[in-house]
Design a protein around this ligand. Sequence first.
Ligand code: SF4
Ligand code: MG
Length: 333
Amino acid sequence: NTPVLDVRDLHVEFASRRGALHAINGVSFAIARGEVLGVVGESGAGKSVTGLAAIGLIDPPGRISGGEINLSGQRIDNLPPREMRRIRGKRIAMIFQDPLTSLDPLYRIGDQLVETIRTHLTLSESAARKRAIDLLAEVGIPAPDKRVDAYPHEFSGGMRQRVVIALAIAAEPELIIADEPTTALDVSVQAQIIALIKRLGRDHGTAVMLVTHDMGVIAETSDRVAVMYSGRIAEIGPVRDVVQHPLHPYAKGLMGAIPTLTGDASQRLVQIPGSMPRLSAIPAGCAFHPRCSFAFDRCRSERPEPIAVGPQRVACHLHDPASPVRAPVEITA
Ligand code: SF4
Ligand code: MG
């Protein structure tokens, strides 16, 4: 059972005048067919960089400095750029926060869909147009046979994001990477787009990596969740387990704060005091220790490696049986 996306010990660094900045520092995870993996964390945690690495879009001065990325069993992180371009769009599709980054304002959306479809599938012009209309219907565009000839500016933000999703699934990709796909949309529209993304995985067997700072969105959409902090995965596991019983102190802080889909996520996060360290000043040991109310000696010197705890994997010394203090006892320092 080969995963669609298999990322192993990924390292990404950016060259700077003062030496390499480590944006991703040993990240491993896999996404199965039909599975939605939510990747959550504050801005600067490395979520988007992880997504960009997976599609070969880390540009200089950045580079993948270690680890490997496999797509359905094929190693892709070392492919020549031309081959990687072929894989993007055909086998991996992307959905970004701003639908207009994916749509050409000068072309009717039907023409853009037909072009994408015909780049990847051998279909006649008329068969491709029919498929374009079917795709628009599938993503919930009303009167798709008429809207197919409209221009991007004639759609609302939510409808535009639906068109982008239609474009993303047009080539029947194995993997969709969606980076903050609902952040720019109204809350009511967000819920519809989320339902749509969730259905894609189920109906098409597509693997989805959903990057967002909004834990509410992940709770609604994802099968599993990876909580990132400072270029590492703090905790990963089935969404139900991580939401109801977060093990990592940072994940506990995030989950303590996700009542509903509504509300501003940046407000929810302020209950963890302090902020994500800058890449130039990642603390030694556990990068979270300056903000962690459970921190003890070992946290300041030794970086925690992921430990399996039931279906969850957590990188925190509290959960290491070798630590002098043991979780899940609530320790007050
Ligand atoms: Fe807190 Fe230490 Fe666990 Fe890091 S390793 S989250 S500092 S208890
Ligand atoms: Mg981002």
